[in-house]
Design a protein around this ligand. Structure first.
Ligand code: F6P
Length: 378
């Protein structure tokens, strides 16, 4: 029987994290289950840094609060911790320390709120006997096995608001306006916000673009008297036969995401302006997509995910990810989420073995976008 649970929030923060925490705390209170939170994700688990969450003021005011009250980190892979001995770098497995901490605190189930990297580590802990239930968090919406992650809807709303604003200034000045959005190697934010915000061109990582096609679309609009265009570009988009735009390669522990994407919007703006002669400006939306209050849709989804996770724990269903499939709450084994990235402690950052959910090129959003004449640069 589950008597005590713990939560950790790991990786990039996103709107809805606190709403999930609130739902877990409140559902736990209904069942007299004690609830703890590890501070700063896996870092807190490793350092045994935790707080008691239920029966405290902490669970109030969380539904609409951005960020995470228990903090997050994205630079810890407990299975491969960097150690420098006499100037030489080695990596040590500290997962046993995390497991000891969980045992000491008598945690029966750990909830891991995170994206693909977090769930990869979670799955690795399950292989060492820890009971875990994952909850899919990320604005990128790229976690496999679920139709939607919490945080995505809010990011799309923020990007859509930005497009609405860019629309009026583009029209006033007869400019091409580019909006670079996040999403890593999946184009969900670009596609959804592009559709909602009336973009003329949407460039996503799943479809390498041909600059000539992008220009063609802009010039066709000019010819019919629409002397402005809106382009949404995903940070992970790349030209045909070209490279993805990398801002920085970070020196991280193997197993963590070391590539910081960015810059494609600026590149594209210069290229379009050079070729067409039309004034073109880029706006990189950045971290506003991750901050602030969650939308109503995200608050509802987060509450549902939190409730479902606690319910599964009390039923003794572990080592799964709570998901939404065909519009309904469900769960899948963490093994399915991780896919073929099977080596314990191995890369959870983007590699060929990373199991990401990319945009379905035959899905309804893509079909609708193409049907109304949006160009994908192909
Ligand atoms: O995964 C969420 C995300 O915001 C991505 O869209 C973006 O590429 C990345 O995180 C940025 O990460 P960091 O917080 O490390 O700069």
């Amino acid at each position: 029987m589950v008597k005590r649970v713990a939560i950790l929030t790991n990786g990039g923060d996103c709107p809805g994290l606190n709403a999930v925490i609130r739902a877990i705390i409140r559902s736990a209170e209904q069942k007299n289950i004690e609830c703890y939170g590890f501070i700063n994700g896996y870092k807190g688990l490793l350092e045994n840094d935790y707080v008691k969450l239920n029966n405290s003021k902490r669970s109030s005011g969380l539904l609409n609060k951005g960020g995470t009250i228990i903090g997050s980190s994205n630079d810890i892979n407990a299975f491969r911790m960097k150690k420098v001995v006499k100037g030489k770098i080695t990596y040590v497995d500290k997962s046993e320390q995390c497991i000891k901490n969980l045992k000491k605190l008598k945690i029966d189930c750990l909830f891991t709120l995170g994206g693909d990297g977090t769930q990869k580590s979670a799955r690795d802990f399950t292989k060492r006997g820890v009971n875990i239930i994952g909850i899919p968090k990320t604005i990128d919406n790229d976690v496999p096995c679920t139709e939607v992650t919490f945080g995505f809807n809010t990011a799309v709303q923020t990007a859509t608001d930005a497009l609405d604003r860019l629309h009026t200034t583009a029209e006033s000045h007869e400019r091409v306006m580019i909006l670079e959005v996040m999403g890593r190697y999946a184009g969900w934010i670009a596609l959804a916000s592009g559709l909602a915000g009336g973009a003329d061109v949407i460039l996503i990582p799943e479809i390498p673009y041909d600059i000539k096609k992008v220009i063609e679309k802009i010039e066709t609009r000019n010819k019919i008297g629409k002397h402005f265009s809106l382009v949404v570009v995903s940070e992970g988009a790349k030209p045909k036969n070209g490279e993805i735009s990398v801002k920085k390669v970070l020196e991280t522990t193997p197993g963590l995401d070391s590539i910081r994407l960015g810059g494609i919007g600026e590149q594209l703006a210069m290229q379009i302006e050079d070729i067409t002669g039309q004034v073109t400006r880029n706006t990189t939306l950045g971290y506003v997509q991750r901050g602030g209050v969650p939308t109503a849709t995200d608050r509802i989804l987060s509450t549902e995910y939190g409730y479902k996770a606690l319910e599964l724990a009390s039923e003794g269903v572990f080592n799964v990810l709570v998901v939404q499939q065909n519009g309904r709450l469900d769960f899948v084994p963490l093994d399915n989420v991780v896919g073929n990235n099977t080596e314990i402690g191995a890369a959870s950052g983007y590699t060929e073995r990373t199991n990401l959910r990319k945009v379905d090129l035959n899905g309804d959003m893509m079909k609708s976008a193409r049907a109304i004449g949006i160009s994908f640069g192909d």
